[in-house]
Design a protein around this ligand. Structure first.
Ligand SMILES: NC(=O)c1ccc[n+]([C@@H]2O[C@H](COP(=O)([O-])OP(=O)(O)OC[C@H]3O[C@@H](n4cnc5c(N)ncnc54)[C@H](OP(=O)(O)O)[C@@H]3O)[C@@H](O)[C@H]2O)c1
Length: 255
């Protein structure tokens, strides 16, 4: 059971977003999927309809304000209300300092962080008018420190988590719940590119179930799996000399 009748997902064409779409469809939520890959969200939408679900889709790039605006208008037109909004869109990949690209850094912020900001700007007034709403933003357990080879990703996710936390404390009094979702490693196209060992790698459908259950339980932060959550807490407080040594072992710099 989920209490969310109408669910909108940004970044639903594959991986965790696709798994979330099926997770909510199986619990009878009506869905709007917003993503750039129109062919893929069309297929997912048809798959959901084939199992008796209600699903609409629209092409949307989270880096373009106009497309987000028309995506949200489309969602309101189709669903009437937005009960749960999931901002899942994200890009990843390494960005090592020996070949550092500021462009890569800017691109990652443009999707992972500014994407959340754009969606918040356009959705908060709608939820305030409705008098309620829930917003779940997917950041990452990688938001904890600057991981080697991951300056762009870690920084963009850290900024996303801070943005969502501020939104949470402010919007509570407007009956809008804001949730930060911080997954560990999930097997998707994004992590298939990783060359390092990914402990406790999880399938996307399992991750989607954990996210849905955490949201339903009313958590303000949904984070998993617990061994990586615990490890992240320890990593956060490690003195720099231990952290630097450990990072060099875990993700050695390519010469
Ligand atoms: N996989 C992991 O281990 C892991 C761990 C922690 C956090 N996360 C986060 O979880 C989220 C989903 O990741 P994933 O692993 O499922 O990766 P994925 O398979 O690569 O999926 C990424 C999703 O983001 C969408 N997206 C990317 N750029 C977009 C844009 N400009 N506008 C709209 N949508 C965009 C993609 O849709 P289109 O290409 O159709 O636009 C796709 O649906 C990301 O925010 C990621 O950072 C993943």
């Amino acid at each position: 059971m989920t209490k969310y009748n109408n669910v909108v997902i940004f970044g639903a064409s594959q991986g965790i977003g696709e798994a979330l779409a099926y997770e909510y469809a199986e619990l009878n939520s009506a869905l709007v999927l917003l993503s750039r890959n129109e062919e893929s969200i069309d297929q997912i939408s048809k798959g959901i309809q084939a199992i008796g679900g209600s699903c609409f889709f629209k092409k949307c790039d989270i880096s373009l304000m106009e497309e987000i605006k028309s995506g949200i208008e489309f969602a309101v037109e189709k669903l009437g209300t937005i009960d749960l909004l999931i901002i899942n869109s994200g890009i990843g990949g390494p960005n090592w300092m020996n070949n550092f690209s500021s462009n890569d850094f800017i691109n990652m912020f443009n999707v992972n962080t500014f994407g959340i900001a754009r969606v918040l700007e356009l959705t908060i007034p709608i939820m305030m008018k409705q008098g309620y709403g829930t917003i779940a933003g997917i950041t990452s357990l990688a938001d904890i420190r600057g991981y080697g080879g991951s300056a762009s990703y870690s920084a963009s996710k850290a900024a996303g988590s801070i943005l969502l936390e501020s939104a949470r404390v402010e919007l509570k009094k407007h009956n809008i719940r804001v949730i930060t979702v911080r997954p560990g490693f999930v097997k998707t196209a994004m992590t298939d590119k990783n060359e390092f060992k990914m402990p406790f790698l999880m399938q996307p459908d399992i991750a989607a179930k954990r996210i849905r259950k955490g949201i339903d339980k009313g958590r303000s932060i949904v984070q998993f799996p617990w061994p990586i959550v615990m490890a992240s807490r320890i990593i956060k407080i490690l003195p720099n000399w231990i952290y630097d040594w450990a990072m060099d072992k875990a993700r050695p710099v390519k010469k």
